[in-house]
Design a protein around this ligand. Structure first.
Ligand SMILES: Nc1ncnc2c1ncn2[C@@H]1O[C@H](COP(=O)(O)OP(=O)(O)OP(=O)(O)O)[C@@H](O)[C@H]1O
Ligand SMILES: [Mg+2]
Length: 257
């Protein structure tokens, strides 16, 4: 569904590569989670898929087509994008935020209204209560739900999500992630999601891709990476959830109050 072949990105005047010689494939209907430290090239990789950033080298295909041969606007209509941070337009209501792409597509007013209500229900926000509000009148988690709804507006088959659950408390985060995973399954979406959270990655991904300073270290199922990490970096990363769980366990087992 999405294929990267030897893709690199370097910036003029930049020191070296943001992304270097990355090749990977996301089969239809699967969720690939992109993991790695800050600045390792995750956002750059996502944005090259929908041409918000043009690669310096290599080829990207979406549904078999080289993205360079596609009109970027047409390409992006078929790919929902959830931004790092929340990225709602502050001066537009929730309904208007969701309607941005449908309006560009010149849908009728009735169709747009119906779609807004359908999407708000899908992300479990009451349409009557929320459609007329502004982003500042919503909590962070509610805004992230609207971000999902907006990305889904034109019924894309592909979603790119850049730390979609960042800046949420752990309970809201779990809830929103479960909702997303349910929606993804129901709609059969192919998705690439960036996260810093190892546990989240292990529990969500069909495929995990680990990056380190611009390079791809390993791609595989969570089980493959847990059992056969390609190098020490991947091994360390995969060990973090277990290490943390052990520390928590040890803490509760200590004698005393
Ligand atoms: N326009 C630019 N010009 C030069 N360098 C850039 C530009 N945009 C990004 N970079 C560099 O490319 C590298 C990768 O950036 P990217 O945003 O992809 O990282 P990331 O993995 O998403 O990090 P984070 O987890 O902090 O969001 C960084 O070192 C960044 O400074
Ligand atoms: Mg980023």
């Amino acid at each position: 569904m999405i294929t990267l072949e030897h893709v690199s990105k370097s910036y003029e005047g930049g020191t070296g590569y943001s992304v270097r010689d990355v090749s990977l494939e996301v089969p239809a209907g699967q969720l690939l989670v992109l993991l790695g430290g800050s600045g390792c090239g995750k956002t750059t990789t996502l944005k090259m898929i929908n041409r918000l950033i043009e690669p310096s080298a290599g080829r990207i295909r979406v549904k078999g087509r080289d993205v360079r041969e596609m009109d970027p606007v047409v390409l992006r209509r078929g790919i929902g994008y959830v931004f790092q941070g929340i990225g709602l337009f502050p001066h537009l209501t929730i309904a208007e935020n969701i309607a941005v792409v449908p309006r560009l597509l010149r849908w009728t007013a009735e169709r747009i209204t119906a779609r807004i209500d359908e999407l708000l229900s899908l992300v479990r926000l009451s349409p009557a209560e929320y459609r007329g509000r502004y982003p500042r009148q919503l909590s962070g988690g509610q805004q992230q739900r609207v971000g999902f709804a907006r990305a889904l507006a034109a019924a894309p088959q592909i979603m790119l999500l850049d730390e979609p659950f960042g800046a949420l408390d752990p309970v809201t985060r779990d809830e929103l992630r479960d909702d997303f995973l349910r929606i993804r399954r129901e709609l059969g979406l192919t998705a690439v999601m960036v996260t810093h959270d190892m546990t989240e990655a292990l529990l969500s991904a069909d495929l995990l891709a680990v990056m380190n300073v611009g390079e791809l270290r390993q791609v595989g199922t969570p089980r493959e990476l847990l059992r056969r990490p390609a190098d020490e970096f991947v091994a360390q990363l995969m060990a973090t959830p277990r290490r943390q769980a052990e520390r928590v366990e040890a803490l509760s087992a200590e004698p005393g109050p």
